[in-house]
Each structure stands twice: as C-alpha cells, then as structure tokens.
Write a protein that binds this ligand. Structure first.
Ligand code: GBH
Length: 477
C-alpha cells in the first residue's frame, strides 16, 4: 500500500483541476445586461445569508478574470471547472434574448484557458436560476426543464467547438433539498416532503433532455462528454452489523446518491426503497393523490444512460443510524428515517458539516465502480475550508490534499477504479452560499476587504501545485 508518491501513480492524461461557480466568484451582478438570478433575489432578504452578505461583487472575476488565469497557471492545472451564469447569457432565461456581452466574457475565458493549454470543464447550472424563470414556477415547473434544454443547446452550439467536458446540473440534491425543503438556499422555499422530489425530478428531466440534445446534434462533431455532478458522502452503519443501522444506511444512500444515480446509471427510475419509504409515509399521514415521488414518462427521452462519465462531488463521511421517521409532519427526514452520526475519530474542520475523512473517498470510489458498472469518474469537487482565524500557512489543509490525493491513487492502483481527474474545490475563496464569505475553501486567499480583491496562494495551493508537477513534469497536457 503506497504511503508516499510513486511514479506512474496517475495516468499520464489525468485531469488536474480546480473548480469555481459563477455566482460564487463573478460579481458583476448587474453588469452589461446580465439578468437577475434567484441568488441575487435571495440575498436581498434579511436573515438569509451570514452577515447579510451577497455575491454582488464576490471575487469580481467578471472584471478580474486574468488574475484567475494567473492563479490557474501558478498551480499548473491541466483543467479548470467553471460554471456559466444562465442569466448572464440569457437574461430572461430564454433564447429569445441573448446577451452578447455575456457570450464575449465566456468566450474570452475559454480562449484564454486554451491558449494556456488548460482545458475547460463547464457546468451549465450551479444553483443560479434566472429569476424570470423562478417567477414562472422555477424548478417546480415542468417547463423549466424544456427551457434548460434550450439553454444547453445554445451553449453547446456557441461554445462546444472548444468545451469538451460538460456538467449539466451541479448537485441536484442540494438544489432540491436546501432550496425547496429546508429553505436554506435560493429560492428559499420550505415545502417539506413535497417540493424537493418534484424539483429533483425536473432537474433529472432537464439533464436527460440536454444529454440527448448533445448526443443527437453535437456529439459527432464536437466529440465531448456530458454528465451531471452528484454529491455524496461516504456512509457507514453506525454500529457495523446492526441490522437497523445497516437498513438506515441503505435508505440514506438511496435518498442521496441513489436518488440521482439510480435513474441515470442503473434502472431509469428511483431506487425502490426510496419510493416505498415515501409512499409508506404518505399512507401513514393519510395523504392521497398519488406518490409524492414523480414517475418518469415513457413519452420523454429516457433518463437511463444519460451520463458519459460519473461526476462526483465528495466532501465528507457519515455514520448512520435509524431515526427521524416519526415526525409530526411529512418531510424528507421522516421519509428517510435515518440520521447522521458524527464519528468522533473523524475531525471536524472548518464548517460544522465537514468531517475530514480522506479514506471515505476511496471507499466511495470503489462503491461507484462496483455499483455503476465501472464508469469513468471525475472527482468534480473535493475540499476543506477554513473558518475564523485565517492562516495563509494552512498546514492542515495541505495535509488534507496530500492524504486525499493519495487515497485517489490507491483507488486507481489497488481498486482499479477508472478515475480520470480530480478537481479541488475551490480555486479561490469565494461566496460560500448561506455562509457568505465566512467560510473559505480557496487554494488562493482573496482579500474581500480590498477593492482590488488581491489573490494570494495558500500553503495548500503550493502543496497542490507540487503534487501536480510531480505527475505532469515534462508531459504535454
Ligand atoms: C458544494 O456542495 C457546492 O457545490 C459548492 O458550490 C460549495 O461551495 C461547496 O460545496 C462547499 O460547501 O448546512 O448542515 O445543511 C457540497 C455539498 C451539501 C455540503 C449540503 C454542505 C450542507 C449541510 N453540500 N451541505 S447543512
């Protein structure tokens, strides 16, 4: 078992990347004809975001893109994952009106990357729905999936000659659960036990339509690959061998990873235990009117098989035990009847939800290989944040990156997982959603108190650059 770097631990063409998302870094919220998004609206309401902060300016990457490019080069990345702001390209969400200034901005980003031999991976949707579409029902409305497909086709058509790796939607779980069940993310809807399932369904439909569009109209010419990014913790039964905990772990997995991966990679439908748990709760609550979990229509393009690779966002691991199922009201929590337990041997660092468990990633990768028929996998996000007293010499985060990347190497070498790339989250400290700027995930520190938004590499950034150079040395990207 390797405990230190060895030659050839990673394939020659392994993608070494870092990621960002439009609303988290760009700023320029009203610049050059951009339309408002649900995050612009959400941040206007008091009490939503830490310190009433917002992404109006963020890292100002809209104006300072060239600074970001310098950071990317300093790390020696082969790939950079960014997201497009839908409302910057299509201010009212539809292709009736294209904002050419937005097109110019992303064209420049893409062209500059390619000129530096860095390949872009583009996410079409990272939490920032155009407000105009929210006003028509947002992701709860079936029509949003069709409009997403139009937007996706527009992007393939406009940028697909140069972008070869596409993510349709980032973390539909988070949009559905935090945005429509808990109300902690935009659009701030709290309709527990109902809206999230509908939203998840429409996001899967949107993804599937976009994949089929690419497959039918662009793949032959553009030769790229399309997937959706699924976030998942590694889960283990709280007490190994305890039947109740094992069953709870299976339910929890079905309601998180399975919710999106089963339809796309396994059956074309939701996990059976997810549907039966939801329907059993409905019955208990005397709710009629059909399942709260929608069904896929035979008249629409199939969702099964609509991923050219597995895109995984991994941050943390959890132990799971049964419980939570006897709530007073319908909710996803009561449907799941499973709850997380933090293992005391897994240190919590930075934000409260992030127990640092690098070996959980290796186990999850093996699980993905075994469960989803050995797909090509890109780890599209992985990282660890700082909160409070800032350290540019962030030793702990440097160690975290080393440990985690070593686990990825083991997954490749010993478990035979087909991992194609690793993207650290994030290139820059940025607007961390409801946590505002209080939580820093960057490989580069950003000085938000200064209008110039200076970027300074952390020790963890230097560590990552060192690792990349070991495996990239003398190779053409
Ligand atoms: C990613 O989600 C996002 O894609 C990215 O934009 C973000 O910057 C990054 O995480 C870091 O947070 O507050 O207890 O309800 C990661 C998956 C799922 C992790 C929701 C945080 C919230 C737990 N996230 N979870 S809680």
């Amino acid at each position: 078992m390797p405990t230190s770097w060895e030659k050839n631990m990673f394939p020659r063409d392994f993608a070494w990347g870092a990621g960002t998302a439009a609303y988290q870094i760009e700023g320029g919220w009203q610049a050059d004809g951009k339309g408002p998004s649900i995050w612009d609206t959400f941040c206007l309401e008091k009490g939503r975001v830490f310190g009433e902060q917002n992404g109006d300016e963020a890292c100002n990457s809209y104006e300072l893109w060239e600074k970001d490019l310098e950071c990317i080069q300093q790390l020696g990345l082969t790939h950079y994952r960014l997201s497009f702001s839908w409302a910057r390209l299509l201010p009212d969400g539809t292709t009736r009106h294209v904002n050419q200034k937005g097109v110019q901005y992303y064209n420049k980003v893409i062209d500059d990357l390619l000129a530096c031999d860095v390949s872009p991976m583009v996410t079409l949707y990272h939490f920032d729905l155009p407000q105009a579409l929210q006003d028509q029902g947002g992701w709860k409305s079936a029509g949003t999936a069709t409009l997403f497909n139009d937007y996706a086709k527009f992007c393939f058509q406009t940028f697909g000659d140069r972008v070869k790796l596409w993510i349709t939607v980032n973390e539909p779980y988070v949009c559905a659960k935090l945005g429509h069940e808990d109300g902690l993310h935009a659009p701030g809807i709290k309709e527990p036990g109902v809206a999230a399932y509908l939203v998840g369904h429409n996001m899967l439909r949107a993804h599937a339509m976009a994949w089929h569009s690419y497959n039918s109209f662009y793949r032959t010419k553009q030769k790229g690959a399309v997937s959706l990014a699924i976030n998942s913790d590694w889960l283990e039964a709280s007490v190994a061998g305890c039947a109740e905990d094992v069953a709870a772990t299976e339910r929890q997995l079905a309601f998180t990873l399975g919710w999106f991966a089963w339809p796309v990679f396994v059956t074309g439908d939701y996990p059976k235990i997810m549907r039966s748990a939801i329907d059993a709760q409905s019955e208990k609550f005397g709710r009629s009117g059909g399942s709260r979990l929608p069904s896929f229509s035979k008249d629409e393009p199939a969702v099964l098989g609509t991923a050219d690779f597995f895109a995984l966002n991994y941050y943390t691991s959890r132990k799971v035990e049964a419980g939570g199922g006897c709530g007073e009201v319908l909710s996803m929590k009561s449907d799941r009847d499973a709850r997380d337990v933090l293992d005391p041997s897994w240190p919590i660092c930075g934000v409260s939800w992030l127990a640092v468990v690098p070996h959980g990633l290796r186990k999850l990768l093996k699980y993905i290989k075994d469960t989803f028929n050995n797909p090509a996998v890109y780890i599209t996000e992985n990282g660890f944040s700082q909160v409070g007293q800032l350290q540019i010499e962030d030793v702990q985060r440097s160690e975290f990156y080393k440990d985690t990347i070593l686990e990825v190497a083991k997954a490749i070498q010993e478990d035979g997982v087909n991992v194609r790339g690793y993207f650290a989250w994030s290139l820059l400290d940025n607007f961390e959603w409801a946590d505002g700027f209080s939580v820093r995930f960057g490989l580069f520190h950003v000085d938000f108190a200064d209008a110039r938004r200076g970027r300074t590499i952390y020790r963890s950034g230097r560590e990552y650059a060192k690792i990349i150079s070991k495996f990239q040395c003398g190779q053409s990207k």
